[in-house]
Design a protein around this ligand. Sequence first.
Ligand SMILES: Cc1ncc(COP(=O)(O)OP(=O)(O)O)c(N)n1
Ligand SMILES: Cc1nc(C(=O)O)sc1CCOP(=O)(O)O
Ligand SMILES: [Mg+2]
Length: 207
Amino acid sequence: MHVITDARPGRDPLAVVTAAVAAAGRLGLVDRLAIQVRVEDDVTDRAAYGLATEVLAECRPAGVLCLVNDRLHVALAVGADGAHVGADDLPVAAARKVLGPGTVLGATCRDEVAARSAVRAGATYLGVGPAFVSSTKTGLPAPLGAAKIGAVARAVPGTPVVAIGGVTLDTAPGLIAAGAAAVAVVGAVAAAADPGHAVERLLKALA
Ligand SMILES: Cc1ncc(COP(=O)(O)OP(=O)(O)O)c(N)n1
Ligand SMILES: Cc1nc(C(=O)O)sc1CCOP(=O)(O)O
Ligand SMILES: [Mg+2]
């Protein structure tokens, strides 16, 4: 499961990350969790670097994978495990060149053609969505649903597909059953009254 930071004003992304990492540790499932540092577009590189540094300091000692969204230079500067790019970011092949061969590189794809192309260009996993309506990101295309996400996953055997967008405790198992290797969440964890408990429940539901 990927937990993506909600770094909108008024949120406390580091507290959510700390709770998520602790929850995975309690369950002995740190290898099932990845944290993606995602900040708003208008956040300065300095602030993104600061948050990524703090998040990595939680993840690395615990053995939890740490990825950075969009900003490859921040990923490299903090020594993250990898990064995620989409249509408005560097192309996948360019991102692979910047990151080098040994790092995790995720790419957003919404259909089979884009998925095959991203894998050829060097993506190690694909973020495919939106699975359902998202409450934390606007401007997305219509939801794909579980069946379409499964079809994209079948187009790229051997490359994990991470389903994203409106994923909840109720919908996550159906996405895995359809063929996704994992799910990515923002609101289902960040907006929960107890983010650590939300991560525990999600990890248990997917174990
Ligand atoms: C796992 C995962 N999947 C998709 C995305 C979305 O990336 P992108 O399309 O570049 O949009 P932004 O997140 O940059 O707004 C993601 N971040 N993670
Ligand atoms: C950042 C992002 N990308 C998406 C895509 O479909 O590309 S959906 C999304 C938001 C995910 O947050 P939540 O779990 O709150 O819906
Ligand atoms: Mg992006």
